[in-house]
Design a protein around this ligand. Structure first.
Ligand code: KG4
Ligand code: ZN
Length: 346
């Protein structure tokens, strides 16, 4: 594949509709993200049917837009890639079908990209971070509204999930705690702002699984404790918010530390997902990395959260090994990273 080969990427697995045109050398020619947040806010969470319809409504315009901005005629594309799982099946079908349509119409290869693999490889996009991209293996902490896991990234197609959540994802926990505090959805950023004015030491909250072997997560007990503190009405909301955030940061640091014990030869601690935006979380994870002499790498926020550049980049990585998918490939709502193992020589 030549460095100037252009890939169209499409993301539609949750509530962001996104398209991007990326060159194989990592140059982002054009990108667009439409966040459906406003359409779901009234319901306090993502409504799958509304999401699917919104993807259908917005995706064609976004793709036309990025093609026009990049000055690339679809026939000049090298390949088309879409997220094909895991995620909400309606949105996945919209994105993957659209990508297949473009591929079929212009005789291009199609790639069905695993969303988690796309998050895992983002940090390798040249020029995204200062310095050289991390070498394999590295530890990925995926901290979003839908995913919460520690993944050892050994190479392309070689991922080992070391631990994951037993109940809620960490972003979900932020959103539920925020809701209990009367904040709008999605509550993570609102809770962080409120926490800035509170005292993290005032409300005693549990730190689930802290110190336990392995690197699984659990947040439902913490959420229940927040509900109890709110119902008691004795603590100020900002103190509850600050104490919750401190508990989450402490738990994440402990889990990351255990994950690093399980993967001693990694070159970096990579953090992705919307919760990577949280200052307390970043600081706590940064300390864990520093204590081991490792860099902590978090892509710029727009590439930490769902976007199509990461989908196109995962396609570039796979195309280097000649990996493409059939137009008969079906999107999968559940698609664990482990099932990609062995798909590529790395
Ligand atoms: O990765 P993301 O944009 O979407 C997916 O879930 O796939 O993550 C969104 C999650 C939401 O739960 C949101 O509340 C949380 O990330 N989040 C934050 C912050 N910004 C976003 N949580 C805590 N602090 C923040 N500053
Ligand atoms: Zn995601």
């Amino acid at each position: 594949m030549k460095p100037d080969a252009c890939i169209l990427g499409i993301e539609s697995s949750c509530d962001e509709t996104a398209a991007a045109v990326l060159r194989a050398d990592g140059t982002i020619l054009a990108e667009a993200v439409f966040s459906q947040q406003a359409e779901h806010a009234a319901f306090g969470g993502v409504v799958p049917e509304i999401a699917a319809r919104a993807h259908l409504q917005h995706l064609p315009g976004l793709v036309a837009d990025v093609l026009q901005k990049s000055g690339i005629n679809p026939t000049a594309l090298h390949a088309v890639a879409a997220t094909a799982g895991p995620g909400l099946i309606g949105g996945l079908i919209v994105g993957a079908s659209f990508a297949k349509g473009v591929a079929l119409a212009h005789g291009l290869p199609f790639l069905a990209i695993n969303h988690l693999e796309a998050h895992a490889l983002t940090v390798r996009l040249p020029g995204l971070m200062p310095g050289a991209p991390p070498a394999f293996p590295y530890l990925l902490l995926l901290l979003s509204g839908g995913h919460c896991q520690c993944v050892l990234v050994e190479g392309l197609g070689r991922y080992h999930r070391l631990g994951s959540t037993l109940d809620d994802a960490v972003g979900e926990a932020f959103d539920k705690a925020a809701k209990l505090l009367g904040l709008p959805w999605p509550g993570g950023p609102h809770l962080e702002r409120l926490a800035a004015t509170g005292d993290p030491a005032l409300v005693p909250l549990p730190r689930p699984l802290m110190g336990r072997a392995g690197c699984d997560f659990s947040f439902s007990g913490l959420k229940t404790a927040v509900a109890r503190a709110v119902a008691l009405g004795q603590a100020r909301p900002q103190d509850i918010a600050a104490s919750f955030q401190a508990a989450v940061a402490a738990v994440l640091a402990d889990r990351a530390s255990h994950a690093l014990d399980m993967a001693p030869s990694v070159t970096a601690l990579v953090v992705a997902g919307g919760v990577a935006a949280n200052g307390a979380v970043r600081a706590a994870l940064g300390n864990v990395a520093t204590a081991r002499g490792l860099p902590m790498l978090a892509p710029p926020l727009r590439y930490c959260t769902d976007n199509a550049v990461m989908v196109a980049w995962a396609a570039v990585e796979r195309l280097r090994y000649g990996l493409v998918d059939s137009l008969a490939h079906n999107p999968r709502p559940r698609w664990p990273l482990a099932e990609l193992s062995g798909t590529a020589a790395a």
